[in-house]
Design a protein. Structure first.
Length: 256
C-alpha cells in the first residue's frame, strides 16, 4: 500500500545539523552567571568545596598494605581517581633557552591521576554509603584536602538506586556519582567541551575498574538514569553541573 502525505502548506524544513546539540550545550557549558573568566578558572574554580559542613578526613593510603573495607579503601579509590597528584612548575622564559637572571613568572599546574583536556579537570565525585564500613550519608569528595564533605545526612543509596533504569537487585555497599562542572572545560573549548567531559568520564570509569581489580570490591557502571532526579538529590546548580555516570560498588567477600 502506498500512502501519500499531503501538506496543507510547505513542509517544515529540518533543523540544521547539530542544532539540538548546540541548544543543549548553550545551557550546559555557559555555566552560572558568575563563572570565572578563562584566565582565572584554574585558580578559582579548580576545586569545589562546601562551606560550613561536616568533613570526614580520609586516611593516607600510600602504604603497600592491602586495604580493608571502610574509609581506608574509599580514600585509596578516590585518591587514585580524582586526588591531587604531582605538581608541575613552569617558568615564563621569553626566549627558549635564555635566562636573564631576573625574576620570572611561575605557573604551577596541579595534576591528577587521570588526564583531563587542558588540565581543567571538570569531574567531581559524590559518594553514598551506609554498609560494609562505608560512612552513612551523601558526601562530596574534597580532593584538595582528601576528605569527604557531607551534603546530606542519612542513607541515600535507595534514592539513588531509584534513579537507575536497571538497578541491582540488592542495595550496594557504596555508590559513586561522577558529575561534570560544565563551564570548567567550556570556557576553553566551547561546544567541544561536552565531548571532552564524556571522554574524561570514560577514562575515570576505566581507572576505577583497574583499581578494583586489586581490591575486595566489584564495580558496575550505570549510564542510563534519571539525571534530573540525581541532580536534585545532590543539589547541583542547574545548568552548571550535572551527573554523567553512576558507579555501584559491592564488597566481593560480603556479596559472596
Amino acid at each position: 500500500m502506498i500512502v501519500k502525505t499531503v501538506w496543507a502548506a510547505d513542509p517544515p524544513k529540518p533543523p540544521p545539523p547539530g542544532e539540538a546539540t548546540r541548544r543543549f550545550l548553550a545551557v550546559a557549558v555557559d555555566g552560572p552567571s558568575a563563572a570565572p573568566a578563562a584566565s582565572a578558572a584554574k585558580a578559582t574554580g579548580a576545586f569545589k568545596r562546601y562551606a560550613d559542613t561536616e568533613r570526614l578526613n580520609l586516611p593516607d593510603d600510600r602504604q603497600e598494605a592491602p586495604f580493608a573495607a571502610g574509609p581506608e579503601l574509599i580514600g585509596h579509590l578516590l585518591r587514585h581517581l580524582l586526588g591531587i597528584g604531582r605538581f608541575g612548575w613552569a617558568y615564563d622564559v621569553p626566549v627558549l633557552g635564555e635566562w636573564s637572571g631576573a625574576a620570572q613568572a611561575v605557573t604551577v599546574r596541579v595534576h591528577r591521576p587521570v588526564p583531563s583536556g587542558g588540565a581543567l579537570y571538570p569531574i567531581e565525585a559524590y559518594l553514598a554509603g551506609g554498609s560494609g564500613g562505608s560512612p552513612a550519608g551523601l558526601y562530596h569528595y574534597d580532593r584538595a584536602h582528601h576528605a569527604l564533605q557531607r551534603v546530606r545526612e542519612g542513607d541515600h543509596r535507595t534514592a539513588l538506586l531509584e534513579t537507575l533504569t536497571a538497578p541491582p537487585a540488592t542495595p550496594p555497599d557504596l555508590m559513586i556519582v561522577l558529575t561534570s562542572v560544565f563551564w570548567r572545560t567550556g570556557i576553553a573549548y566551547g561546544d567541544f567541551a561536552y565531548k571532552i567531559q564524556c571522554q574524561e568520564t570514560g577514562a575515570l570509569v576505566a581507572q576505577s575498574l583497574a583499581l578494583t581489580e586489586d581490591l575486595d570490591l566489584s564495580v558496575r557502571l550505570h549510564l542510563d538514569f534519571d539525571g534530573a532526579l540525581i541532580d536534585r538529590l545532590l543539589d547541583l546548580p542547574k545548568g552548571a553541573e550535572g551527573a554523567l555516570a553512576v558507579l555501584v560498588a559491592r564488597h566481593a567477600t560480603l556479596a559472596g
